[in-house]
Design a binder for this molecule. Structure first.
Ligand SMILES: [Fe+2]
Length: 216
């Protein structure tokens, strides 16, 4: 018998982006010092910047990271099977989570691919990045229970997946995948930069002329 794992949720993890994260750390604290209030979205506690759009990222300290995001997102979308497409970062923002800070379960509506780059992560206890199986697919958990009730805990049966990032990691995931960040018990800051990406099919313009973007 063969097993088909249908409707998989791809999560891409790049362990070494090779980005100058010390420079980004400096930039994160600079932005925070200019706007100590920031904004409140999925975060409870912690500080989150307002959005940087792609055109701004090009010309500020985020430019190296921006290039890397496009490179890795391109590889992810190739693997996802996209063809004849271009990508555009719609927005990007900085997160600084201290002790007690967390991000509630949420998705990123309005885009196709989302991700996070880790600038600085405390050695201990700053909370995992957790991707959660869609609510409508959680009957297995309701019926059969959690990890202790399975011989192995893997893609087919797990209902949540924890990632414990370190600096220079990047994680990419479909924007509709539910995710959260655990509460930090560290006195050091966890600094990350999140982003959203939309994809444009080269064929769309024949059908939806107004949906063109990222074209010279
Ligand atoms: Fe998020």
């Amino acid at each position: 018998m063969r097993t088909e794992l249908l409707f998989a949720t791809p999560v891409w993890i790049e362990d070494k982006c090779g980005v100058d994260f010390d420079k980004l750390k400096e930039f994160a604290y600079f932005v925070k010092s200019e706007d100590p209030k920031g904004r409140q979205v999925s975060n409870e506690g912690g500080w989150q910047s307002w959005d940087f759009i792609d055109d701004v990222m090009k010309d500020n300290a985020l430019s190296e990271l921006r290039d890397k995001i496009y490179e890795i997102a391109g590889r992810a979308c190739d693997e996802w099977g996209f063809k004849h497409y271009s990508l555009k970062i719609t927005n990007s923002w900085i997160n600084i989570n201290g002790r007690g800070a967390m991000n509630r379960l949420h998705t990123h509506p309005g885009c196709i691919l989302s991700g996070v780059y880790y600038v600085d992560v405390p050695k201990c206890c700053s909370g995992p990045f957790t991707i959660v199986r869609d609510f409508k697919d959680q009957q297995l958990k309701e019926h059969w229970g959690n990890a202790n009730n399975f011989e192995s805990w893997e893609g087919m049966n797990m209902n949540e997946y924890d990632i414990y990032p370190v600096a220079d990691n990047m994680v990419l995931f479909p924007s509709w995948a539910m995710h959260a960040v655990g509460k930090s018990s560290s006195d050091e800051d966890r600094i990350s930069i999140s982003f959203n990406i939309i994809a444009h099919s080269d064929h769309y313009h024949e059908i939806y002329p107004t949906r063109q973007h990222n074209r010279e």
